[in-house]
Each structure stands twice: as C-alpha cells, then as structure tokens.
Design a binder for this molecule. Structure first.
Ligand SMILES: Cc1cc2nc3c(=O)[nH]c(=O)nc-3n(C[C@H](O)[C@H](O)[C@H](O)COP(=O)(O)O)c2cc1C
Length: 216
C-alpha cells in the first residue's frame, strides 16, 4: 500500500489522516509505504508529447521513483488539502506527469501490466477549511481520471470539511478513528469492489457516513 501525502504541511490535517489510514491498513496486515511529495522534486508536465511514442515520461526527476511505486502498489491512497477548490499544487504536478500513462492507454493502446488485470484500488483523502462541500466535486473528477490511467478502481473517499488549522483534525471526535477503520477495511482483499467510490464524509461539526463495513 502506497500513501501519497501531497500537501505542504507535514503533520497537517490530511497528512495526519493519511498516517492514520495507513496505521489501520497495517493493523490488517498490509505492507505500507508513505511518501511526501513536498520533499520531492517533480517538474510540471511540459506537454512535449514524447510519451505519445514511448508511453513513458522523458523527464528525469523524482517522478520516476514515484511512478515505479505507484505501479508496484495494489492499494493507493492520495491525500490532499483543498487549495482553491482543487488538489494542491504538489499533488497536481504528480497527476499531470501521469499523462505518460494516459498516452500509453489511449494513444498506444497498451495495458500497464503485462500479467493481466490486477486488483488495484485507490482512495482519496481531502480536507478543506470551508463549510461548502462543493470543493470535493473537483477533487473527485481529477482523481477519477488519475486512478483511471493507473488502472486502479476508485474505491473510497475520506472527505472532511470545516477543518482549517494545522492539527485541528486531532480535535475532531471521530475523524481519526474513522480513518483507522477505513484503512483497516481498505487493506482487505475479500471486500467486494463498489460501483462508485464509497464516501466517508465528515464535517468539522457533524458526521455522516454510510454503513462502514464491507463497502469496497
Ligand atoms: C493556498 C490555500 C488555498 C486554500 N483553499 C481552500 C479552498 O478552496 N477551500 C477550502 O475549504 N479550504 C481552503 N484552504 C484551507 C485548507 O484546505 C485547510 O486549512 C486544510 O485543513 C489544510 O489541510 P492540511 O493541514 O493538510 O494542509 C486553503 C488553504 C490554503 C493554504
């Protein structure tokens, strides 16, 4: 399981949730690996379209390492704070570089994996400070296409609004506990895939969630 922390605040709200999801997954026996994009050098996609011929990105930087890890993992968790109603810049740099995977799939018509389809699943964690939940719509769309090129099923969202200051998530009555539970479930292979990503939607003040067990 690979957890990608894309926000700039280490031990910020999304980062803390991600770590807790991964602890839950580890408690279910998953091998977990955490990376923080903020510490990596990932250049923007230059739209050179070299990948249209090769299916790989020709820019040599830390993207190449993350790329390998993303392909090696069967469970991907992408965590981002909401910045201007969208995925934060560090996360978007990584996502845009996945254009080489888009080329591979839709231009070169090649599968990512030579050994047939794999049970790959993705989860998104996003936290925003405002009351509106509209901000999660854009995150949802972007992540749908990100998981599509990675040949992973978009399985779950953990969305939290009305959380702003660093570490405020720790004061929430159930958010961290819910993150742990979600991670534990997400690691399980026996849980069936949902048609649409399952939402765990937590508000800074209130809490709504669909039935927790057996949702993936
Ligand atoms: C540059 C920037 C843009 C932001 N834009 C939004 C926004 O559009 N909507 C929102 O609800 N919160 C916005 N926020 C607030 C963060 O989403 C919020 O503080 C969140 O808890 C940060 O998570 P973190 O601790 O993981 O960084 C913004 C914060 C920053 C620094």
């Amino acid at each position: 399981m690979l957890g990608i922390s894309s926000g700039p605040r280490i031990k910020g709200n999304t980062d803390l949730l991600l770590r807790e999801v991964m602890s839950g997954a580890a408690s279910a026996g998953a091998n977990t690996e955490y990376i923080s994009l903020n510490k990596l050098k990932i250049a923007p996609c230059m739209e050179c379209n070299a990948c249209y011929k090769t299916g790989v990105c020709r820019v040599e930087d830390d993207y190449q390492t993350v790329f390998t890890k993303m392909l090696d993992s069967d469970r991907l968790i992408f965590a981002t704070p909401v910045f201007f109603m969208a995925v934060c810049a560090q996360g978007k740099l990584l996502i845009d570089r996945c254009q080489c995977l888009w080329s591979r799939k839709y231009v070169l018509k090649k599968s990512l994996f030579s050994t047939g389809s794999r049970d790959r699943r993705g989860m998104v964690i996003a936290v925003g400070g405002s009351k509106s939940k509209k901000m999660f719509d854009s995150i949802r769309l972007t992540m749908k296409y990100y998981f599509d090129v990675l040949e992973a099923t978009y399985a779950a969202n953990l969305f939290v609004n009305k959380i702003d200051d660093r570490g405020d998530i720790l004061k929430h009555p159930i958010a961290m506990k819910e993150a742990f539970r979600l991670g534990h479930e997400f690691a399980g292979e026996e849980v069936p895939l949902p048609q649409e990503p399952v939402d765990v939607d937590i508000s800074g003040n209130s809490y709504n969630s669909t039935e927790i067990s057996r949702r993936f």
